[in-house]
Ligand binder design. Sequence first.
Ligand code: HEM
Length: 412
Amino acid sequence: MPTVDPRFSVLSEDFATDPYRYFAPLREQAPVHYEPAIDSYFLSRYRDVKRVLTDHETFTTETLQVRAEPVMRGPVLAQMTGAEHTAKRKIVVRGFTGQALQDQIRAIHANAAELIAPLLPRGRMDLVNDFGRPLAVHVTLDVLGLDKKDWRQIAAWHSGVAEFITSIVLTPERRRHCMDCAEQLEAYLVPVIEQRRRHPGEDLISKLCTAEFDGIAMSDRDVTALIINVLAAATEPADKTLALLFKHLIDHPEQMAQVRQDPTLLPAAIAETLRHTPPVQLVPRQAERDAVFAGSTVPAGATVFCLIGAANRDPDAFAAPDTFDILRTDLATARSFTAAAQHLAFGAGLHQCVGAAFARAEIETVAAMLLSLLDQVRYTPGVRYRETGLYTRGPASLCVDFTPAQSTPEPH
Ligand code: HEM
């Protein structure tokens, strides 16, 4: 096993190319890794990461005030605490569960069918750029109740917002670009919010506009921030998980065959994808007081990054952690999309992902459709696989060849 060089940096090219190579040495030799260039601590052991995410007294989300609030144009859910957090989180959850979820699954199916139809006869596609990414944006716009004809523009603004939140270091030029994107997105949302206040519908924006917190309707600033929060939080990890799921199944043809034969295994395959290659790799927190991990002190006021990918591959938490195995017995599928999940891909504690059940429904619906429409899915010859991203991570593209099956997408 490689040792952690004293000059090792999570900001290095090497780490960006393949962080997974470094996780075991980090967990074993530098479980509290200090990064002087950004004055931050990186934790990699499962129990330490879980402790940071669930000890809300010692570790807060204060850091999001500078990492997210400027581009969200107001406070995001993950920054809130106490009664305000509980109440606003409930409003958002209502938009993704019960009857709303059933309607959304139909819309997900329709969106996927429309996007895949022109790609089928070609026998070749980029699963990320031709399909997964536009699909995730379409689906999120449907949930929010935003006009899909504007999707390219909204996707461009969204990528500026996402860049701001997920960049560890940002040049002044990129920062300006990200802020421009956020300001234009906010300006786009102003008349939409005004209209939904007057004529509410069934969409999430209407629910946010009409919901009351402490007997008072939310301000336009609060509603705007929650819309951008959902747009940013829902889109990227979902499209990355779908692509990673297919990458793992292509790499493990015997598991692809098992899922094709028994589609009830799909949720287990999605859960194992989230454990093995979580699309959200870093979760930041701020230490409110000194905290000791493995004999090292993280001082009060420090920024702490949880390395979710490293924690999910800790042998103290999962057997043979580097092996992708949809049948593993130490990852209960039914729990994997709930607060009791053993993997940490959705975080843990009070700020654990509100969209976990929705993400499962989305990825399961779309993956089942793709598996029924695409036979013999394989990598396009000569195309090199590459992953990008330190904060959120996934394939830059996933070019596949396939044989179209003799069916067309069924209406749902
Ligand atoms: C596979 C897909 C997804 C993954 C891996 C994922 C991951 C995460 C993680 C790690 C957090 C915790 C952040 C923290 O503790 O600071 C989080 C929070 C959140 N996620 Fe997701 N997410 C996914 C899909 C979604 C979807 C589809 C939605 C919306 C429909 C969503 C909405 C949110 C929101 C609003 C929060 C903040 C919750 C709070 O602070 O109370 N996510 N997500």
